[in-house]
Design a protein around this ligand. Sequence first.
Ligand code: ZN
Length: 480
Amino acid sequence: MAENVKKKVNKTKKSSSPKNNNSKSPKKKSSSSKKVTSKGTTKTKKKTGTNKNVSSKNKGKTTQTKTSSKTVKKKNTAKKSVPKKENINIETTIEEIKKEKNPLRMIIIILSALGIISTSSLAYFNQSKVEVNLKKENVLEINEKYALSSFVESVVNCEQINKNKKVSFDSLGENKITLSFKDKNKNNITKEAKVKVVDTNPPEIKFKDKITVTEGDKVDLLKGVIVTDNSKEKIEAKIDGKYNIKKAGTYKLKYVAKDSSGNSKEVDFTLVVEPKKVEIKPPKNEDKSWTTSKGYSAVTKNGITYINGVLVVNKTYSLPDSYNPGLNSTVKNKVDELFAAAKEAGFDSMSIGSGFRSYKTQKSLYNSYVKRDGQTKADTYSARPGHSEHQTGLAVDICHKGYSCITSAFDGTPPAIWLNDNAYKYGFIIRYPQGKSNETGYKYESWHLRYVGEDLATKLYNDGNWITLESYFGITSQYK
Ligand SMILES: [Zn+2]
């Protein structure tokens, strides 16, 4: 259809050659001009021969083209009555009017001329029809740059001004943008496009993937974390995961940042809580003598404490770093007796897992536990140097082949049960009985035996309901 119209238009143009046009309302004109053009052209063809001179005479001349549909209608009426006068141009017409004596004919001539003018000019409008088609939907990302051309679907007979210029939107929701165009005559045309601005990008998180702190430190894990987003929305940042700053360990955590559009970003990081560096000084116990809360006489001499004649080492009472007796010979013999009895009972593979330990050995052992688990935890199962019963030379850890050695897995096993019920007969006590850690300061150790002599061991065995040394003597076991 459009092609047909164009062809016809070109033909008409040949005969009238207009150079200017105005396109104030192209749509209206195109609909009315189609009708007019087809009629006009057909008739023009017929008439070409007759009006040869007239046409050539007017070649290159500018004709006035400003018309309206009203004029067109008028012209149509005129054409009907004087069909043979259509191809007349203004100058010709003026000449004819001058010559013409008949006023009626003169009017007819004038009207015919106007009809021709409008026909040709409308045809020209059609050719220069200006169209701007904007994109129907514009969903844009906040603060991203978009070329002005990206809002336009197509243009006809005009050009977008600054089409490569880039714009961005910094507020979410409905926004508007005004687009400018110019037609061939440099007339400005403006159009407004609606845009919907959204935020689909999650915030960015700049962070340290590993944070190292010391046990018990105060730390703000979000400090130093930089969260950025493409919008000015409020961003919520938090730490996801469980950790305990008071407990040494390695914690796998996440930073989570969320913007108010619901976009969220998660990144992993590691929190390393290092154990507090423990400065270990050899304990010093002032020499003194006193009576315990249970009425036992107590004495500390050269840093070694005896209560009712029994050497006591726990979290309250320590040994000097110089105390280095090795495994007590009586203890050695008693362990042999114990093992012999065990063998008779069917436990033929008992051995000493750990006997005497020097201050120095205990120091490195304790430090390795602190490094692994932190001091708080280490203190529940390992003695600080100078506070280990193994340094007395009177304590042994018993193992049995085929069973876990010096671990809680030994608790409740047949050899552990046998030791619990028979060790006292050889002067040994279960030094850290089950359920008495608040007295001893240590968790249950089914394998740790302390030699105290048969009399006291029997009393403490208490028919299987072990009494602790602390409870028996009326003393504490707490680090100062
Ligand atoms: Zn032990």
